[in-house]
Ligand binder design. Structure first.
Ligand SMILES: [Zn+2]
Length: 487
């Protein structure tokens, strides 16, 4: 007995030592020190131009008849007039209302790069206008903040890229690698006529980009609980999306003599099963890389868990799966969104239908998902239907070891010293689903700071960006283009 106790204690002691040693060794990998860069810019003039850009109501409506074509034409005209250096030094083409600029590099042997953003915006939800502290299309600048729809998504990126190129031209910079700039007009509608057409045209010309940079993640400030430093996940992939119909079948008839279970009951069971059996996922590949990197900078206690995945894998999985945002990083998510059944209160339904939206993680294909869902809801009275070709799989996963990633990483660290840069996964969609088809690697990242408060402005109320934040973003784009296309 005594021997057994000694053995148990020795085992526990050894385990503790291993856990502690691994935790102490879980430190940032030695990366090259990056020098802080500060570029003097005319912040007020830049803010003024974003303010003007916001005032064009370039809204993408679901209903195309509501579209204000003049706003788009005026914006394009304004862009050319406001950035004459860009307009005169770069060639430009229009694809619908999307403008593609081309800055010829001195070395045609090198693959070109592309920077892109979109200047269309989502509508302001009718009735919420009065909730805005400054009207959504006023572009008002008050207390160092620029207000309005597009301040973050994504006119700020469009303006910051234009300002970056303007600054580089003024300072005599000549790109060695050619640079494309594409400013989309229908990203909020999936980008078929803008980014889709640009990508098709590039493909036709035989252009294969070294890398592209589009909207995506930000320099996160205080977004993740427990992390008190800046984190910049450069998104290297975006999730796919598919909606499946789960259909429960039954006999129907009069509601006065119902069977033990109606189609609605059968459907409810199927949905409950789906919610109780999330699509398998976990800390691996891209998600593992991200959490591993960030956890090296965490305080001791959370670090213990990430440094010892061999022991705490299950605990962490449970913890991360419990939060909507971190869960979405780990797996394909399941979201029942729409329901329909009988047409009348006293008529038994012959079909009860739920529409379930799944956001596909790069680890799952559409076919994988459909067979998983079928296996979970398995019941002779339940069908899983989907329109062939209706969904889209996740994008390819771009390399976080390639030059483009390193260029963006370096620029972030130069402008935002001390930021932890990791690869990330985009849980929404972007125009990169098109550009990724003509680029070796597609990255999705906006070099602006984003706080929880800012996040609420996305497609919401009181969208805003500070003058200082905008200026830092311009500086980051300058560094990105300099490193990406030049020295
Ligand atoms: Zn956007």
């Amino acid at each position: 007995m005594k021997r057994l106790l000694i053995a148990v204690f020795a085992g526990l002691g050894l385990l503790t030592v291993v856990v502690l040693v691994r935790t102490f060794l879980h430190v940032p990998e030695n990366s090259e020190a990056v020098e802080h860069v500060m570029i003097q810019l005319d912040e007020r003039a830049i803010a003024q131009r974003l303010s003007e850009a916001i005032q064009f109501q370039t809204v993408s409506h679901q209903d195309p008849s509501l579209r204000d074509q003049k706003a788009f034409d005026d914006f394009i005209l304004w862009m050319g007039n406001s950035y004459p250096d860009v307009q005169n030094n770069l060639s430009h083409e229009r694809y619908g209302d999307t403008v593609l600029y081309f800055w010829q590099g001195s070395n045609p042997e090198l693959q070109a790069i592309l920077l892109t953003g979109h200047y269309d915006v989502v509508p302001v939800i009718p009735g919420t206008e009065s909730l805005w502290e400054h009207p959504p299309f006023s572009g008002e600048i008050a207390d160092g903040v620029i207000w309005g729809r597009g301040a973050l998504d994504d006119k700020s990126a469009v303006i910051a890229m234009l300002e970056g190129v303007k600054h580089l031209i003024e300072s005599g910079f000549k790109p060695e690698r050619s640079v494309y700039l594409s400013f989309g007009h229908d990203e909020e509608l999936g980008g078929p006529n803008g980014a889709g057409q640009v990508a098709a045209a590039l493909k036709k010309k035989g252009v294969q980009l070294a890398w592209s940079l589009d909207e995506g993640s930000f320099v996160m400030d205080d977004m993740v609980p427990g992390i008190n430093f800046l984190v910049a996940p450069i998104n290297v992939a975006e999730k796919g999306s598919i909606s499946l119909q789960i259909v429960a079948l039954a006999k129907g008839g009069h509601s006065s003599a119902p069977p033990r279970q109606t189609a609605v009951g059968i459907l409810a069971e199927a949905i409950t099963k789906l919610e109780q059996h999330p699509v398998p996922g976990g800390l691996e590949g891209l998600s593992l890389q991200m959490f591993d990197e960030v956890s090296r900078y965490m305080p001791f206690v959370p670090k213990v868990f990430f440094a010892n995945l061999w022991l705490f894998d299950g605990v962490l999985d449970k913890q991360l799966s419990g939060d909507g945002l971190t869960n979405a990083m780990l797996r394909t998510t399941t979201a029942p969104t729409m329901l329909s059944a009988s047409i009348k209160s006293n008529v038994l339904p012959i079909e009860a239908i739920a529409l379930v939206n799944f956001r596909l993680h790069p680890r799952d294909s559409v076919d994988d998902l459909v067979s998983y869902v079928k296996s979970v809801v398995e019941n002779e009275n339940v069908e899983v239907r989907y329109q062939e070709g209706s969904g889209r799989a996740a994008s390819e996963v771009s390399s976080w070891d390639a030059e483009g990633f390193r260029v963006v990483e370096r620029a972030i660290k130069e402008i935002y010293p001390g930021t932890v840069v990791t690869p990330g996964l985009m849980i929404a969609g972007s125009d990169s689903r098109h550009y990724g088809k003509v680029a070796d690697n597609a990255y999705r990242f906006n070099p602006f700071i984003l706080t929880k408060k800012d996040f609420a402005g996305f497609h919401g109320t009181n969208e805003q960006i500070s003058v200082e934040n905008l200026s830092r973003g311009v500086q980051a784009y300058i560094q990105i283009i300099k490193h990406g296309a030049g020295e």
